[in-house]
Design a protein around this ligand. Structure first.
Ligand SMILES: Cc1cc2nc3c(=O)[nH]c(=O)nc-3n(C[C@H](O)[C@H](O)[C@H](O)COP(=O)(O)OP(=O)(O)OC[C@H]3O[C@@H](n4cnc5c(N)ncnc54)[C@H](O)[C@@H]3O)c2cc1C
Length: 295
C-alpha cells in the first residue's frame, strides 16, 4: 500500500516548525522516517500534512557542559553510536544505539523520533527512564522540560501535545561519575536487525573501585518491552544500594525482575517467557555494569 495524499512542508528552524504545528491541523513530524513511513504505508496514520524536520540543523548535536549531556533530537542513531562524548560520559547510549536494527535504520533514525514514537520496546526510552533523562520540548507557546518517567504515559502515549516538538534529550551527569560508574545495555533479539523481545538498561556506581568489596552506591535499572511503557524497577535499586555486590543479591533481584514486570503476550514471546528474559537479562546487565564500574 502507499501512503494517503498529504501536503509536504520543510521548515528550516525550530521556530518555523512549531508555527506550522500550531497552524496546521492533522500534521505529523517526519524525522528519520524509519517508523513513520511504515505506519503511513500501512495507512495506520493518514496525516493531511507532513512536517519534515530534517532541515533543522540546530537539532543535530551532542554536547556536554560538565553538568549534563544534551543530545539534539535530530541526532541519528549512528551519531550516538560514534560520539566520543557519549562513550566517555554515558557509554550506555552508544551501546543502545549500536543494537538498533541495521546500518540503514541507524543512518537515518533519530533519538527524537524514537522518544516521539515511544515504542515500549525502544532502546533509548528505557535508558532515559533508568537514568532520569529529561525531554525538552518546544511549541509556539515556549519551551518546557519533562522527566522521561512522566513523559511515557501509556502504550505509545506520551505527554507530548499535538503542537509540540522534542528538541533534545538531556542527561544530568551528577549521579554518574565516570571513574566509579559502569553501565550496560543488553537486549534479546530473535534475529539480527529486528526489534528486541526485551532489553535492559543498567548502571551501577560504587564507592571505591579499588576496594576488595566496594559498596554499591547507586543502581539504575530500566526495562524495555516488559510493560506497556519503559519501566524502572526501584525495588531492585533499593535492594542493591548500600551493600557490596554479591551473587546472592543478584539472584534475589533476578526474582524481583520476574515479579515486577508486566509484559504482554506477543506472537513469538508469551508473557511467561518475557518474565524469564527479564530475570536473566536483568542479572546479566547488572553483572556487566558492576564489572565495568570496578575496572
Ligand atoms: C527494521 C527496524 C528495526 C528497528 N529496530 C529497533 C530497535 O531494535 N530498537 C529501537 O529502539 N528502535 C528500532 N527501530 C526504530 C528506529 O529506531 C526508528 O528510527 C525510530 O523509532 C524512529 O525514529 P525516526 O527518526 O525514524 O522517526 P520517524 O519515523 O520520522 O517518526 C516516528 C514518530 O516520531 C515522531 N517524531 C519524530 N521526531 C520527533 C520530534 N523531534 N519531536 C516529536 N515527535 C517526533 C513522528 O511524528 C512520528 O510519529 C527499528 C526500525 C526498523 C525499521
Amino acid at each position: 500500500m502507499k501512503p494517503s495524499p498529504f501536503e509536504y512542508h520543510r521548515p528550516s528552524t525550530v521556530e518555523e516548525a512549531v508555527d506550522l504545528l500550531a497552524d496546521l491541523s492533522d500534521a505529523e513530524l517526519m524525522a528519520g522516517n524509519q517508523s513513520l513511513s511504515i505506519i503511513m504505508s500501512n495507512r495506520l496514520a493518514t496525516p493531511d500534512h507532513i512536517i519534515d524536520i530534517n532541515g533543522l540543523d540546530e537539532l543535530q548535536y551532542i554536547d556536554s557542559d560538565g553538568d549534563a549531556v544534551e543530545i539534539g533530537a535530530l541526532s541519528r542513531h549512528c551519531d550516538l553510536e560514534t560520539s566520543e562524548i557519549l562513550r566517555e560520559a554515558f557509554p550506555i547510549l552508544p551501546e543502545a544505539a549500536e543494537q538498533i536494527a541495521g546500518p540503514v535504520v541507524r543512518n537515518r533514525g533519530t533519538i527524537g523520533g524514537s522518544i516521539g514514537e515511544a515504542d515500549p520496546a525502544g532502546n533509548y526510552p528505557c535508558v532515559a527512564v533508568a537514568l532520569d533523562g529529561e525531554v525538552e520540548i518546544a511549541s509556539s507557546d515556549g519551551r518546557r522540560t519533562i522527566g522521561a518517567e512522566e513523559y511515557f504515559i501509556a502504550y505509545m502515549l506520551t505527554d507530548l501535545e499535538e503542537d509540540e516538538l522534542i528538541t533534545d534529550i538531556r542527561f544530568s551527569r551528577d549521579a554518574f561519575p565516570i571513574s566509579r560508574t559502569g553501565m550496560a545495555f543488553l537486549g534479546q533479539k530473535r534475529a539480527a536487525q529486528t526489534w528486541p523481545t526485551l532489553s535492559v538498561a543498567s548502571s551501577i556506581r560504587v564507592d571505591d573501585p579499588t576496594a576488595d568489596a566496594p559498596t554499591v552506591e547507586d543502581v539504575r535499572i530500566g526495562l524495555a518491552n516488559a510493560a506497556d511503557v519503559p519501566i524502572r524497577i526501584e525495588a531492585i535499586e533499593d535492594e542493591l544500594e548500600g551493600e557490596p555486590f554479591t551473587e546472592a543479591a543478584l539472584d534475589t533481584v533476578g526474582e524481583m525482575a520476574y515479579e515486577n514486570v508486566e509484559p504482554q503476550d506477543e506472537m513469538h514471546a508469551d508473557e511467561r517467557y518475557k518474565r524469564e528474559l527479564a530475570r536473566e537479562y536483568t542479572k546479566r546487565a547488572l553483572n556487566t555494569a558492576n564489572s565495568r564500574a570496578n575496572t
